[in-house]
Write a protein that binds this ligand. Structure first.
Ligand SMILES: [Cu+2]
Length: 190
């Protein structure tokens, strides 16, 4: 009887450590905020998550025209991610997509969109049209890239659904194990 209760105790500990928190990691706030328009040009994007995240997070910035922007630095402190771009974002609409590993070990992918509408100087407009021309030849590449990310999105949603049903099963198992341990301990006392 003693051996069984020790075994159950170890199993419980294992389940707890594997699922410390029964919740996915989501975005709390960001700068720029989702759906907003910023009136000055920016070269950093800040994401605040509701739990700590792992250091291996990645982030992509894409304009509505399909141009992608190089992220030169990602710094992560607990649940705060700050991404620095190699250039200021010109006026336009942007989508920021991230892949993170949350505190529960689940991979989470999500995105925000925002607009930049800064007082544009002539220089910026010239820069913008040059970039647009340069990127015309890349449009094909970007097309296949965005196809890929759609597939990734779908896979991710499936994973999230699967893991939440797994979480339910684990929670039920946990309750059952705790109940068994309680019964064993009560019997021991008698
Ligand atoms: Cu999760």
């Amino acid at each position: 009887m003693k051996k069984i209760s020790i075994l159950l105790f170890v199993a419980t500990l294992f389940l707890f450590s594997a699922n410390t928190v029964f919740a996915h990691t989501h975005l709390d706030s960001s700068n720029p905020e989702d759906g907003t328009t910023v009136t000055e040009s920016i070269d950093t994007i800040e994401l605040n998550f509701d739990t700590v995240i792992e250091q291996n997070a990645t982030l992509q910035v894409e304009s509505s025209e399909g141009d992608t922007f190089e992220v030169t630095d990602i710094s992560i402190t607990d649940g705060e991610l700050v991404a620095t771009l190699d250039e200021d974002l010109a006026n336009g609409s942007y989508t920021v997509t991230w892949d993170i590993i949350g505190v529960d070990g689940h991979a989470m992918q999500d995105s925000i969109t925002f607009e930049v509408d800064a007082e544009s100087s002539e220089e910026e407009e010239i820069e913008e049209s040059t970039t647009a021309e340069e990127n015309e030849s890349m449009t094909e590449n970007n097309q296949s890239e965005s196809d890929d990310s759609t597939t990734a999105d779908e896979t991710n949603e499936e994973t999230a659904t699967d893991s939440s049903s797994n979480t339910m099963i684990i929670a039920i198992l946990l309750v059952a194990i705790i109940a068994i341990i309680a019964i064993v301990l009560i019997r021991k006392k008698k």
